[in-house]
Design a protein around this ligand. Structure first.
Ligand code: UD1
Ligand code: MG
Length: 453
């Protein structure tokens, strides 16, 4: 659609009672302000400038290079905020869309519709409005006899008649860049707060004979601003419902979706089932026909088709098709688990590759290891990967049998097809197809009990 966006995010957000600026608090795993920036970009904005002020460096660092920034060192009102982006506005070829940085639920579709409405009506300024049952706190839209927008009056400046108006200013606007520049030049801090009100630009434009319109949004939830942690929760519930319903429409079953947290940027293929109390973080991909059992957490996990995960945690790792994980397994970053593997109860994996068909059924730690295919781990195997200073790798070939309660003191190599007797502490390499026994031989002392007396 080719327009420029200016996003106001310089305010402190006092009511959040937080060390962090309000706009970088997260809704469904994504910063409030990033939702707004993404909505603008998805609507077709080719340039986005975010106005930062309170803890500007922190906001810029967290958001990174997803947009341009302009600094509003002192917060002297919304009009003053937009003035800080004057160079961006001057270079804008088409419309300038102004958005509040604390309204994460705004959708790209609504922004597009507002820009279209603005174009089709030949407006120089269009304000996005909403009709609310309770308009308290918002700027009210005062319309003239012809139904057109006349001005916006802030709650603090409104008279009793104006306070009764229930059409409100969402804080979002579409301007022709020339008209915005013209109005910003004429703006004065002429109100109870001594602030530069962006809303006053509408009256300035009307007085100059320009056309100003109001575009009423269809879904009032989209204009919900976040000021405190209660509103943060309300917005998160709505966003979570949107995300979960998106996946359900794609053919994913979600049990008790109110309890399931799926962040933005998650892919789930059809016929997978997500059970209650599951958390799936950004960057996770799940194949089809999987069951992600209750209480599981997946964070940047890549899960193949037909995988079962029961009450387990998988972080920054890949799990191949047909593998079973859990209950109570912990797959830590940088693991590549093959297909048809079993990672059973109380098994922890870290920075390791596990070949296809390998079984690690119970009570085992495998860290910094390369394990082949078809290996069977007995209960209670430990790779001893750390000598207190450095970490070393353990390499285990294909089709090995690791007896119960084995310690593999790394660095150590176990050849293909090797067997290790239960209770062994392996410190030396084992050639292929060998049986290795590394434990004290058992001694039975006949009649010992009687001699003890
Ligand atoms: C503003 C509107 C009001 C509208 C409401 C919608 C004005 C004068 N009023 O009021 O009509 O109904 O939003 O939520 O515009 N900001 C800055 N720098 C500043 C001041 C604000 O960047 O100097 C940012 C804030 O961080 C916030 C946004 O602008 O993201 C809105 O500011 P806020 O103080 O919340 O305005 P309201 O009083 O809510
Ligand atoms: Mg506000």
């Amino acid at each position: 659609m080719n327009f420029t966006s200016v996003i106001m995010a310089a305010g402190m957000g006092t009511r959040m009672k937080s060390k962090m600026p309000k706009v970088i608090h997260k809704v469904c795993g994504k910063e409030i302000c990033r939702w707004v920036i993404d909505a603008a970009k998805n609507a077709g904005s080719d340039k986005v400038c975010t106005i930062v002020g309170h803890r500007a460096d922190m906001v810029k660092e967290i958001l990174g290079d997803i947009c341009e920034f302009a600094l509003q060192a002192e917060q002297k009102g919304t009009g003053h905020a937009v003035m800080q982006a004057i160079d961006v506005i001057k270079s804008a070829k088409k419309e300038v869309v102004i958005l509040n940085g604390d309204i994460p639920l705004i959708t790209a579709e609504s922004i597009k519709k507002a820009v279209n409405y603005h174009r089709e009506n030949g407006n120089q300024a269009t304000v996005i409005t909403a009709v609310l049952d309770d308009a308290t706190g918002y700027g009210r839209i005062v319309r003239g006899d012809d139904g057109g927008v006349r001005k916006i009056v802030e709650q603090k400046d409104a008279n009793d008649e104006e306070k009764k108006i229930n059409e409100i200013n969402s804080g979002m606007y579409v301007f022709d860049s020339e008209s915005l520049l013209y109005a910003l030049e004429k703006l004065t801090p002429n109100n109870a707060q001594g602030e530069y009100y962006l809303t006053d630009t509408l009256e300035i434009l009307l007085n100059a004979g320009k056309k100003v319109g109001g575009y009423a949004i269809a879904d009032n939830d989209e204009i919900r601003g976040i000021n405190d942690r209660i509103q943060l929760d309300e917005a998160e519930k709505i966003m979570q419902k949107r995300i979960n319903e998106y996946h359900m429409r794609n053919g994913v079953t979600i049990r008790n979706p109110q309890s399931v947290c799926i962040e933005d940027d998650v892919e789930i293929s059809s016929d997978s089932e997500i059970c209650q109390n599951v958390t799936i973080k950004s960057g996770t991909k799940i194949g089809s026909d999987c069951v992600i059992g209750s209480g599981s957490t997946l964070d940047k996990a890549v899960i193949g088709d037909g995988v079962n995960v029961i009450s387990s945690v998988i972080i920054e790792s890949e799990v191949g098709a047909g593998t079973n994980v859990g209950p109570f397994a912990y797959i830590r970053p940088n693991c590549n688990v093959g297909s048809d593997v079993k990672v059973g109860d109380f098994v922890e994996l870290k920075n390791s590759t596990i070949g296809d068909g390998t079984k690690i059924s119970h009570l085992t730690y495998i860290g910094d290891s390369d394990v082949g295919k078809g290996v069977n781990f007995g209960c209670g195997t430990v790779t001893v990967n750390y000598d207190g200073k450095k970490k070393y790798r353990t390499v285990i070939g294909d089709n090995c049998f690791i007896g119960c309660n084995t310690n593999l003191v790394s660095p150590v190599n176990v050849g293909d097809g090797a067997y290790i007797a239960a209770g062994s502490t392996i410190t030396d390499d084992i050639p292929e197809d060998n049986l290795s026994i590394a434990r004290a031989r058992q001694v039975n002392k006949d009649g010992w009990k009687d001699k003890r007396k």
